[in-house]
Design a protein around this ligand. Structure first.
Ligand code: SAH
Length: 393
């Protein structure tokens, strides 16, 4: 089965970008089922790539391979082996953690698949018609290649609706526990893979939590959007004077309390507040509260560039308030995980927040997602997490 592209629409594929939009397609030969493998041809009749077909999505096809090779179980086995090699043989992640992202979609040549390993369990998200088509094969291959017996499915992301897919959640293989304990840089975290956000934990922040934690010694820390306490636990373990953690999710804060106990950290140095960060920062400003370190790790405000303006206002708002609440010499650790706001725009927003707060500040580090969340050079959309660490003068 074939998709033939409109004339001149093969350009992005020749640059190895893996997506083909509906508007680029001239005709479909045969009657491919959702997710089935199709060959992509230029209008001039040249073979371009082999891809999965998604008839309901604006992204009508996603490339599996630019080579003329079979797309079958052995093809996917090789992709999974390469992904495992990166995490283990190259990055040696097994020395610092038992939990990492094993498959990161397009950047691992596995469009539509997110697979996170948490200790003895894999959590799989299938996001596209193509990943849905191969899901059972991939589940079997993951067990064969990793030796892990348990796979839980968390295919409940909203983007599935764009592919015409219903949510799918539950046990895919084995007998996974819904709450399990993972190790990260000598600390332990409880992760709820069934009810937590995404696949249960924000693995992309692992190295940032470790590094930022080390800056927290003897500081009064405010951790905004704390979830189950990733940054808070690392800060307490590194001797923070006090940590105040804020999140709107009571369930996340309950796990945070358990994580403090699990790591035998001084509970008397920690307070959590269930509430809205936007309101709370204003309240703290009105009360003249101040901190030596403020962490802002909000959810995605701008999924696409179309939301960038509204998102920019939200980022500016919280960063401006944070600069006001910081003492001199205080550290702001601020993130954006919005695909629609790139690193340059984010830095501009933070700079204008500092200006409006009448604060001088310098960047001491640029942060990004961990190396187990690689970014294909041909798929820059894969680089979503950016962070700045700023010291207030
Ligand atoms: N830093 C965390 C991950 C943060 S995810 C870690 O390392 O694990 C973003 C968090 O923001 C989620 O826990 C979500 O519940 C919370 N959140 C979203 N909107 C919020 C708001 N307006 N106020 C407070 N918390 C919010």
């Amino acid at each position: 089965m074939k998709l033939i592209l409109n004339s001149a629409r093969e350009k992005s594929l020749l640059r190895r970008h893996p997506w083909v939009f509906a508007s680029a397609i001239q005709s479909v030969e045969g009657n491919p089922a959702p997710g089935a493998t199709v060959d992509l041809y230029s209008a001039a009749g040249d073979f371009l790539a082999r891809a999965s077909y998604s008839p309901q999505s604006q992204i009508r096809a996603r490339v599996w391979t630019f080579r003329d090779e079979p797309v079958d179980a052995e093809f996917f086995r090789a992709q999974i082996r390469a992904a495992l090699d990166l995490r283990l043989a190259t990055l040696n992640l097994q020395h610092t953690t038992d939990s990492y992202r094993l498959l990161h979609g397009e950047s691992d040549g596995m469009a539509g698949f997110i697979v996170d390993r948490y200790h003895d369990t894999l959590v799989l998200q299938s996001l596209t018609a193509g990943s849905e088509y191969w899901k059972q094969t991939i589940a079997d291959l993951l067990i064969e290649e990793t030796g892990v017996q348990n796979i839980y499915e968390r295919s409940d992301a909203d983007v599935r609706a764009l592919e015409g897919l219903q949510p799918a959640v539950g046990v895919l293989r084995g007998n996974p526990e819904s709450v399990l304990s993972i190790a990260e840089h000598e600390l332990n975290f409880q992760v709820n893979i069934a009810a937590g956000h995404k696949t249960g934990f924000y693995l992309d922040q692992r190295e940032n939590r470790h590094w930022v934690g080390q800056l927290a010694k003897e500081r009064d820390v405010l951790n905004c959007f704390c979830y189950t306490g990733g940054f808070s636990i690392h800060a307490l373990a590194n001797g923070a004077k006090s940590v105040l953690s804020v999140d709107s999710s009571g369930d996340a804060l309950s796990l945070l309390d358990e994580n403090i106990k699990l790591n035998h950290l001084p509970a008397e140095c920690h307070t959590s507040i269930e509430g809205d960060v936007f309101q709370l920062l204003r309240k703290f400003r009105d009360e003249n509260r101040s901190f030596d370190m403020i962490i802002l790790d909000p959810p995605k405000f701008a999924p696409t560039a179309a939301h960038a303006e509204k998102a920019s206002r939200a980022y500016k708002d919280i960063n401006l308030l944070a600069f006001k609440l910081l003492r001199r010499g205080g550290i702001l650790v601020t993130f954006s995980c919005s695909g629609g706001v790139d690193a340059a725009l984010f830095q501009k927003i933070v700079a204008s927040a500092a200006l409006d707060a009448s604060a001088d500040a310098s960047i001491i580090a640029h942060l990004s997602q961990g190396a187990d969340h690689p970014v294909s050079l041909h798929f820059p959309e894969g680089a979503y997490l950016k962070g700045l660490v700023c010291v207030k003068g």
